[in-house]
Design a protein around this ligand. Sequence first.
Ligand code: DSN
Length: 434
Amino acid sequence: MSLRTSEPDLYRLLEGEITRQREGIELIPSENYVSVAVLEAMGTVFTNKYSEGFPRKRYYGGQEFTDQIEQIAIDRAKKLFRCDHANVQPYSGAIANMAAFSSWLELGDTILGMDLSHGGHLTHGHPLTLMATMYRFVRYKMKDTETGEIDYDQLRAVAKKERPKIVLAGFSAYPRELNYARIAEIAKEVDAIAVMDIAHIAGLIAGGVLENPFDHGFDMCTTTTHKTLRGPRGGMILTRGIAGNPLKQPEKKRENLPTLVDRAVFPGVQGGPIMNIVFAKAVAFGEALQPEFAEYARQVVKNAKHLAKHLMKRGFKLITNGTDNHLMLVDMMSSFQMKGKQAESVLDQIGLTLNKNVIPDDPLPPYDPSGIRLGTPAVTTRGMKEQDMETIADWMYRAVTHANDSTYLTKMSAEVREYCIRFKLPSDSSGSDV
Ligand code: DSN
């Protein structure tokens, strides 16, 4: 019996979501539209299989196909990111970070990471997370929010004083490139490993449009697989080093990072891998190795730069005054005296989805912050180009300057809907209804 027949009420909700995705403009910078092949891979019978362990070293029988798909995912990931080892099992980016930290640290050890309001992520030691109770987090910041340049001298001074075991880079709301070589050099100087959380920009690194931290001395990268990388929802840990036997605990040495990470993922923080998702990761990595993906990554950044330029022309104050990657952070309070939450809601009313976000050293709280965050991965997958970015900037300006005019906003939402249904979703062309 089909889902439509067996679960009509749930099916209606699925149809609602399909329509929402088709008729709106998705600007949340961590979201994307996967291909039909990735969607299909997630819905396969690999979901029925338990596969604790790693290829050819499992705790259950019947692994002749799971071993092969996991090995293909690993090999493709290594090729994409030019590293020595990939663990493709993490259920999410948060779990990947937890496993990455625990692979190298003892309880109470220090991690030096980016200030959370300057773009760092919740899993980089927000006081409410379990990891903040396990490790000691110290911070570095941008030197100047007008340029986004990291204060590398402060980073080095704090590293020398606090002697972290991990120097952590990476972000979920930072629009600029990092000086990886400088960070890796500082980490070496204090005998820490350099770890980059590439979750947001993994697809841009894989597509060759942003620098690869492994080319500049980093030891490890953690990531999600569903953002710019356009795969299924999940995580991954990439390392330099020599892969050993994951059934044996190795010494805590830099070259043993692959095995330390494998053991930290399973049995450290996870049980059996979700094999249908591992399968879909293999499919997505195969797509990311194609030349079309490099073209996609280039267009994501071109679109973001264009959108940034046209937003600034219309009075939106961008933190760092532009972007090098796929995302933008806007200070809505200083632009339009409007809080991020209200901007999110007004833009939602016309069919533009983005999220409220803190800005550096935000005087307002995270649930009601001063800014919004937006980006171009999803609209680029949909085929939008530079001229469409100008249209989006215009819509945003018109909406926030007519925030209290519901008739105007309703008219605008029809305009947005009509415009964006011309841009197909990957699933539209397949005849598939999921
Ligand atoms: N929720 C993701 C983001 O939007 O950046 C990361 O956790």
